[in-house]
Ligand binder design. Structure first.
Ligand SMILES: *[C@@H]1O[C@H](CO)[C@@H](O)[C@H](O)[C@H]1NC(C)=O
Ligand SMILES: *[C@@H]1O[C@H](CO)[C@@H](O)[C@H](O)[C@H]1NC(C)=O
Length: 299
């Protein structure tokens, strides 16, 4: 009994405390009715903290992705806030919606809008946080929705990191964006083979046609060559999409960067678009926190 009431108290704790992970479910704008997010606030916030939205793979959850990435350690060192949302149980698989026109449209009423609702809540709740330092990172389905967020909200996200994702708009036309979808032409590469960089770019721009800003979300894209869930051709497809959108051309490849077996594929001066092809890498290669932090400009 006593334990139950303590749990109830914790559930309704009104304020966000430093050095803690807390669950928040009433952040405001949430048209797709996402269930909850975990918010991690380090003991020492930076003067103008960044906000990192960390997006789990299918079957995962906020707490699962917190474990998988170890991002809290970086938050402790660098003073940023991490949001770990949990998805709806799409098809019983806990995937993000990367297929519906709602989610693929700026303010379209889908998951992308609900996730931006969480970011907006964080910017309000932590008034010194820096709206020019909002980032998204995700694995698999989380990487796919990170691409969707970059396309639908280029005004919100400074940069995104995609571990084993697909380009924005890749799932359009399917009825789900899960491994159970009958249409796997996106993750299995048939679209990657068919679409040109211009077509991928048009798909991304079409997610927020009214956007007239000069800044676009910078992209870091990681993929394993032995991925059997999301084929390696999706690395090239994402690079095609974002090189077209960002107006960048391939510059060079760097071998064994940041670790042996990883090939860094650099576009332009490397500050706006980089790929990492992981030799014999699996689905969702091991999280390279330092590379992500450096690309975001946090380290
Ligand atoms: C750019 O878009 C914003 C937001 O939709 C709008 O307020 C502004 O008038 C637009 N500017 C131009 C030059 O079209
Ligand atoms: C750079 O790496 C990509 C991806 O593996 C490859 O397709 C391309 O041929 C490489 N370019 C050069 C010049 O090595």
């Amino acid at each position: 009994m006593a334990r139950a009431s303590l749990a109830m108290l914790a559930l309704f704790a009104p304020s966000i405390q430093a050095g803690k992970t807390q669950q928040v479910s009433n952040w405001g704008d949430n048209p797709s009715k996402l269930p909850a997010m975990l918010v991690y606030t380090p003991d020492k916030l930076a003067a103008n903290p960044a906000i990192v939205l960390a997006l789990h793979p299918c079957g995962g959850s906020g707490s699962q992705y917190m474990q998988m990435t170890g991002l809290n350690t970086f938050a402790d060192k660098l003073g940023f806030i991490v949001l770990y949302p949990t998805s709806n149980p799409e098809g019983g698989m806990n995937c993000w919606d990367c297929f519906s026109s709602k989610s693929l449209t700026h303010n379209g009423g889908g998951d992308s809008q609900s996730l931006v609702g969480q970011v907006t809540w964080a910017l309000k709740t932590f008034p010194t946080s820096d709206p020019t330092k909002v980032f998204a990172v995700g694995g698999s389905s989380g990487a796919m929705v990170a691409n969707v967020l970059a396309a639908t909200y280029p005004d919100v996200f400074n940069a995104a990191a995609s571990y084993s994702g697909v380009p924005a708009g890749c799932w359009a036309g399917a009825t789900m964006s899960t491994p159970m979808s009958t249409d796997q032409s996106c993750p299995h590469g048939q679209k990657a083979e068919r679409f040109t960089a211009q077509q991928w770019g048009d798909l991304a721009r079409g997610c927020d046609p009214g956007y007239n800003g000069t800044q676009r979300t910078r992209m870091m894209i990681v993929h394993g060559t032995s991925d059997t869930a999301v084929y390696i051709s999706l690395l090239g497809a994402q690079l095609s999409q974002w090189s077209n959108v960002l107006g960048l051309t391939w510059a060079k490849n760097v071998t064994d960067d940041p670790i042996k077996g990883w090939k860094k594929i650099v576009y332009g001066d490397g500050t706006q678009l980089v790929g990492y092809e992981v030799q014999n890498g699996p689905h969702i290669p091991p999280f390279q926190g330092e590379s992500v932090m450096k690309f975001f400009g946090l380290m």
